[in-house]
Design a protein around this ligand. Sequence first.
Ligand SMILES: Cc1cc2nc3c(=O)[nH]c(=O)nc-3n(C[C@H](O)[C@H](O)[C@H](O)COP(=O)(O)OP(=O)(O)OC[C@H]3O[C@@H](n4cnc5c(N)ncnc54)[C@H](O)[C@@H]3O)c2cc1C
Length: 393
Amino acid sequence: MADSIELDGSNLAAETRLLRESVRAWLDEHLPVERVRELDEARSVPVELWESLGELGVTGTLIPAEYGGADGDIRLDYAVIQELARRYASIAAGYMVVSMAGKCITETGNDAQRQALLPGLAAGRDLVSFGLTEPGTGTDMNGLRTSAKLVDGSWRISGQKLYITLAADARTILVLARTDEPADPARPSDGLSLIMTSTDQSGVEVRRLRMAGLRGAGTTEVFLDEAEAPEDAIVGERGQGFRALVGTLNHERILQAFMALGIAEAAWEEGRDYAIERHAFGRQIGAFQAVQHPLAESFVDLEGARLLAAKAADVEAAGRSSALEAAVAKHAAGETAVRATDRAMRVEAGFALTEESDLMRHHRDARDMVSGPISNEMARNLIAERCGLPRSY
Ligand SMILES: Cc1cc2nc3c(=O)[nH]c(=O)nc-3n(C[C@H](O)[C@H](O)[C@H](O)COP(=O)(O)OP(=O)(O)OC[C@H]3O[C@@H](n4cnc5c(N)ncnc54)[C@H](O)[C@@H]3O)c2cc1C
């Protein structure tokens, strides 16, 4: 069934279509639905799955071939993440971070950093996390408190990071920390640096959080107490960590849109199938308009969100600034995921609340699609600003 709603399928290059098919085959072998339910219950994505995805060749799609990657662009990654999210959004959330790390280090890292991180990432052997959010700062990065000081030729980093995906399994966290006071107080993001920090040291403690959504994504709290990093561990320029991240953040928003699409498609299909199979009052419930209309509305939402996401990916792949398109796509797909999972749950009614249905998991996972990696409220701020309205934040 999936193909009949997959309008973008007809426009995709043969390479991308083949990639989708190989990811579907991989999912059928490694993540059948019963295993997904068990892993979600156990809040887990075992590290062997990353190695296996590495063998499939999808963990380094953006990484240059000399480091073991496929030298591709975001159009390969979106095909992968959408397929993963249709089955198990928690692994898609981890995949997004893997993809971001490959992009960030490829584009902003120096030769030594590329050599240290990219081959392991491309092989699915090593994971890299991003430590940006803190207890006191999520949407507004200006309140960031983590600091790094140079002592005897190495950085000593102290602070706390919150909701950090994959940190318990990652060898390296890219920590955003204040290394310098901003020259202009009106530009507080100046003076922040992105520092490659090893997790294998006593100054770094990682605690897993028991999340209600994306339960297997390995979301953690990270405590940094004089964590050490070499002086040359800064990615990009010292004091310009936010700038080093900007390209990666648009990429992240576009991939999040495709993750949201994957969740919404899975929920829509489950609701549609239930509407066909379930009978009431001597008819298929799918014969009632009250059941047809919400499914039709989700179909319309999905078609629109898919086009917006594909447009954003095309802009990004062309090397142009995708800031507006990424925010629009992320917003549309996130709202689509929340609405589509809710509507499908209404169609399934009581069955949606049983553990034989996957809709509750999809709905819990969909909640993150409107709050992360930037909230949809913040996405609206960015969109309004680019429409010529005064900056509101
Ligand atoms: C599962 C998961 C994984 C994550 N992974 C990572 C990770 O790997 N690395 C990382 O660094 N972070 C990660 N995050 C953090 C994520 O990026 C933040 O949750 C997100 O940026 C929102 O921040 P917040 O939760 O602190 O919300 P807040 O910033 O506290 O916002 C709360 C509410 O206030 C609203 N708000 C705030 N400011 C404005 C404004 N100016 N205008 C309008 N509304 C506003 C928001 O829209 C929201 O509704 C993850 C989060 C989750 C849930």
